[in-house]
Design a protein around this ligand. Structure first.
Ligand SMILES: Nc1nc2c(c(=O)[nH]1)N[C@H]1C(S)=C(S)[C@@H](COP(=O)(O)O)O[C@H]1N2
Ligand SMILES: [Mo]
Length: 185
């Protein structure tokens, strides 16, 4: 091989191995699922039971367990895909708590840009779209539950957000302390 061709071959080989090393560093091989940190769970220990605060713009309301218990309840029976068991929760439909703050329970047009953040005392929070929480649009039920199988929601209470139609209980926020209705930009 002429010297120039040898040089080009060597430089190409170096460049290829440098690129491989770079790609290895930038994209380390995926770890198996069970070695991954459970980043989807809250990090703080649950705080003391506090009232549930609901906000929509300037409007807000607070619910103690007694105040919520006095409102009309709905019962849903849901399958907990993690516990592999059916559970019956009773609680107040979320939309019934939002409506008095001015949230349209029959959304149209730009109303569909509203979404709900639901947060637990450990800081874990999830999002539901406004459409998902109103039976006017969605064939599902989202409640602020205060009992499960006829008993207060002990460790996960006093309130837990529970929804029908979920294959995993990831959006069932335990120790629910805040609901914020927000407008997507
Ligand atoms: N407050 C709070 N609620 C939460 C969580 C959390 O970390 N904090 N984790 C969620 C997730 S990801 C799941 S899978 C279930 C866990 O319920 P389990 O312990 O019965 O499986 O609760 C959900 N609700
Ligand atoms: Mo989860």
């Amino acid at each position: 091989m002429p010297r120039i061709a040898q040089k080009i071959a060597l430089m190409t080989a170096l460049a290829v191995s440098a690129a491989a090393a770079w790609s290895q560093a930038a994209n380390p091989p995926a770890k198996p699922m069970d070695e991954m940190a459970p980043m989807h769970h809250g990090t703080k220990p649950p705080g003391p039971a506090s009232p549930l605060k609901i906000t929509f713009g300037e409007q807000s309301a607070e619910f103690t367990p007694e105040k919520l218990a006095a409102l009309p309840h709905t019962t849903i029976t849901v399958y907990n895909g993690h516990e592999k068991a059916s559970q019956t929760f009773s609680g107040v439909p979320l939309i019934d708590l939002l409506k008095p703050l001015g949230v349209n329970d029959q959304p149209r047009g730009k109303d569909f840009r509203l979404y709900v953040e639901a947060e637990g005392s450990d800081g874990y929070f999830v999002v539901y779209s406004i459409a998902e929480v109103t039976p006017f649009i969605h064939d599902g039920t989202v409640i602020v539950a205060d009992t499960v199988d006829g008993k207060p929601i002990a460790d996960s209470g006093p309130f837990q957000l529970v929804a029908t139609g979920e294959k995993h209980p990831a959006r069932w926020v335990r120790n629910l302390v805040a609901i914020r209705v927000q407008h997507a930009e």
